[in-house]
Ligand binder design. Sequence first.
Ligand code: CA
Length: 242
Amino acid sequence: MVAKILIIEDEANIAQLIRLYLEQAGYSVLTAGDGVAGLELHAREHPDLVILDLMLPALDGMEVTRRIRAWASTPILMLTARNEEEDRIAGLELGADDYLVKPFSPREVVSRVKAILRRVAPVAPAGAQGNGGEMPNARDELRFPGLVITIPARRVEVNGQRVTLTVKEFDLLVTLASAPERVFSRESLLNQVWGYTYLGDGRTVDVHIGTLRKKIEAQPDAPQYIKTVWGVGYKFTLEDQR
Ligand code: CA
């Protein structure tokens, strides 16, 4: 299956350039010139990933992100201008997975898209071969008091209730929870979860940890699962689980 990418960008020359590079890389590409058309295409075509410019006429990128996240976990790569730091953080908080600052090289877009899609590529189903496959493989499921993570299905339950995580929230949680008590630096989380190293932009990690805590922690300000290790990064702890 060829992955389908939706570009929502009002600057036609940028959209065309990205389209060209993505098509050369083997992706199927759709484009929309404003937020309304983008949402319509998203609903109709179910793309595998959305590249979304924040500054759009009619319906801006924030609102588009909010509306997509209301019903879908499609990965979103935001495009922002250099002076839109506040918007960038807000966009990540709304559930965008990653961002690129203009001007960027089209090659960089392709490598980001590849990195994001690599993370969401479906994993072979558990127990696909051998003895019935009824019991989940230990590595497919992470169980903690009040928290169950089923990795192949990318499913998370908190106290028996399913919660919907974005791609990066899920990947962060699995990375941390797969190695309880190990302290991860922001840089190593960027590397493992985003697939490359930013130039020291640990705020991306902080924002995603914040939105993840709101979804899985009973008290996000006093987390029982994901602890901040001051001056270093984060760890998944077993000590405070109740
Ligand atoms: Ca724009």
